[in-house]
Design a protein around this ligand. Structure first.
Ligand code: FAD
Length: 401
C-alpha cells in the first residue's frame, strides 16, 4: 500500500520556505502543507526601509501562492496556537492539522518583558503589518504635529535602523522643510551595539547625532500612560509615539508537553535539529536554539535559511530511514544598514561599512528573496544605490534621495 506521509511546515519565513523546498525535492510523494498566519513571506531585513522609502513597500512581501508548484503544497493561512506532540496535531483558529512529520519554523516576535502600556500604543518593526502601522502612525502625527516625539526603546540594530530610516524618510519627503519629529533612542546598556569597536560605535553615534537622533543610554522606559512616557531618570515626555525594539523571543506556540526552551523561548534541538523525545519534529530558524561552540547563535537570515534547508533534508531522510546530517551554523557575517552609512563584519573578521556595506545588504536581500519581480527591486537598489544625505559628509542643503 502506498501511504503518503503527511508533512507540515509551520511558518513560511526563510527557514520554512527552505525546509518546504527540500522536502518537495526529496519526498515527491509526500502530502506537504505549509501553514503561516499570513498568505505571504516577508523580507524582514528590509522592513525598516518601509520607513525610509528606499525600497518599494510591495517588494517587502511575496505571496506564497506561486512560490511552489501549485499541486505540490497545500497552502494554509492560519495561526497555530497549540502543538500536541504525542497526538501529532496542530491546533489552528478553526481547524486541526494532523501530521506524521513536522518542521517548526515560526521565527520571532517582540519580547515586552512584561511591559504593557496603559492607554498608549506600542509600535514595533518586526512584521510587515507592524511597520505599516508604525509608518502610518508617524505620518499622521507628522501631519498634525510635526514636533510630536518618537521614542524608540532599545538601541540594538533594529532600533538604530528604524531611527535612521525614519529620519531619512521624512527628509526625503522634504515635508514643510522640517527635519521630522524629535527622535530619541532609549537604551538600558551603557552604550549602543557593544559588539562594535569603539571607532565604529563613535561613527554610529556621530551619525545618529547629526541626524538629530537623541540617544539616552543607561536609561529604561518605566511607564507609558495616556501617551506620556516616563523614563528611569525621572524624565517625562508627553504625547510620545513609542516604537519597541528592546528584545525578541521565539514565536513558538504552546507545545504540549512543554519541551526545553532557552530564556528567549528558543527550542532546544539535537544536532539533527530534532526536538528531543519527538524525532519526527524538526525545528529551524529563529525558533531553534542553534548552537556554535556551545553558544546560541544570533537571529539571522543566514542561519534560518541553512537550518531550514537542513531540517527539510533531515526530515526527508528520517521518513526514508536514511542517515541524517548534523547541522553546524556557519557565520557569513552581518551588516547594519543606516540609510546613508553601514557597519558590518564578514566571516567574523573582515570589516565592511559605508555605501559598500549598504550595497551588500540590499544585494543579500535580493539573493535571499523568494523569487519574483521584487528580487529585482533589491538588486537595483544595491547597484544603483541612490544617495541619502550623510550629514557627516554633506552640507545641510546637500543632495536628497
Ligand atoms: C527589523 C529587523 C531587521 C532584521 N535585519 C536583519 C538583517 O539585516 N540580516 C539578518 O541576517 N537578519 C536580520 N533580522 C533577523 C531575521 O529577520 C530573522 O533571523 C529571520 O527572519 C528568521 O527567519 P525564520 O524563518 O526563522 O523566521 P521568520 O522569517 O520570522 O518567519 C516566521 C514565519 O512564521 C510565521 N508564524 C509565526 N508564528 C506562527 C503561528 N503561530 N502560526 C502560523 N504562522 C506563524 C510568521 O508569520 C512568519 O511568516 C532582522 C530582524 C528584524 C525584526
Amino acid at each position: 500500500m502506498d501511504i503518503k506521509p503527511r508533512v507540515c511546515v509551520l511558518g513560511g519565513g526563510f527557514a520554512g520556505i527552505q525546509a518546504t523546498r527540500s522536502i518537495l525535492r526529496r519526498l515527491p510523494h509526500a502530502d506537504v502543507t505549509l501553514i503561516d498566519r499570513n498568505p505571504y513571506a516577508t523580507m524582514i531585513p528590509a522592513l525598516p526601509d518601509a520607513l525610509s522609502g528606499r525600497i518599494a513597500r510591495g517588494a517587502m512581501k511575496r505571496p506564497f501562492n506561486g512560490l511552489f508548484a501549485a499541486d505540490r503544497v497545500r497552502l494554509v493561512t492560519d495561526s497555530i496556537a497549540r502543538v500536541d506532540l504525542p497526538a501529532r496535531t496542530l491546533q489552528g483558529r478553526t481547524a486541526t492539522y494532523p501530521y506524521d512529520a513536522l518542521v517548526i519554523a515560526v521565527g520571532s516576535v517582540p519580547e515586552y518583558y512584561g511591559f504593557s502600556p496603559a492607554n498608549g500604543t506600542l509600535c514595533t518593526a518586526h512584521s510587515f503589518l507592524a511597520v505599516e502601522a508604525l509608518r502610518t502612525a508617524v505620518a499622521q502625527r507628522h501631519t498634525t504635529d510635526p514636533d510630536a516625539p518618537v521614542m524608540i526603546v532599545g538601541g540594538g540594530y533594529t532600533g538604530i535602523e528604524v531611527a535612521a530610516c525614519l529620519r531619512h524618510g521624512v527628509q526625503a519627503t522634504g515635508r514643510s522643510g522640517s527635519n521630522g519629529p524629535p527622535i530619541t533612542i532609549v537604551e538600558a546598556g551603557d552604550g549602543l551595539l557593544p559588539f562594535l569597536t569603539n571607532r565604529e560605535r563613535e561613527r554610529v553615534s556621530a551619525y545618529l547625532h547629526e541626524l538629530g537622533v537623541n540617544v539616552r543610554t543607561s536609561t529604561t522606559l518605566t511607564a507609558f500612560r495616556d501617551g506620556v512616557v516616563t523614563l528611569s531618570d525621572g524624565v517625562t515626555i508627553p504625547d510620545a509615539l513609542v516604537c519597541w525594539s528592546a528584545g525578541m523571543r521565539a514565536a513558538v506556540p504552546d507545545l504540549a508537553p512543554q519541551p526545553e526552551q532557552t530564556r528567549d523561548g528558543r527550542l532546544e534541538v539535537n544536532e539533527f535539529l530534532q526536538l528531543p523525545g519527538f524525532p519526527e519534529v524538526f525545528v529551524s530558524g529563529d525558533a531553534a536554539a542553534l548552537k556554535k561552540n556551545g553558544a546560541v547563535v544570533r537571529r539571522a537570515v543566514n542561519f534560518a535559511f541553512y537550518s531550514g534547508r537542513r531540517a527539510g533534508r533531515n526530515l526527508a531522510s528520517f521518513l526514508r530511514n536514511r542517515p541524517m546530517r548534523a547541522f553546524s551554523p556557519v557565520d557569513l557575517g552581518w551588516v547594519i544598514p543606516m540609510g546613508g552609512i553601514s557597519v558590518g563584519r564578514l566571516f567574523g573578521a573582515l570589516r565592511v561599512g559605508g555605501r559598500f556595506g549598504l550595497r551588500l545588504h540590499y544585494a543579500m536581500c535580493g539573493f535571499r528573496h523568494f523569487p519574483g519581480a521584487s528580487t529585482g527591486e533589491f538588486y537595483r537598489t544595491a547597484f544603483r544605490l541612490k544617495r541619502v544625505p550623510d550629514p557627516l559628509r554633506s552640507t545641510p542643503s546637500g543632495d536628497r534621495r
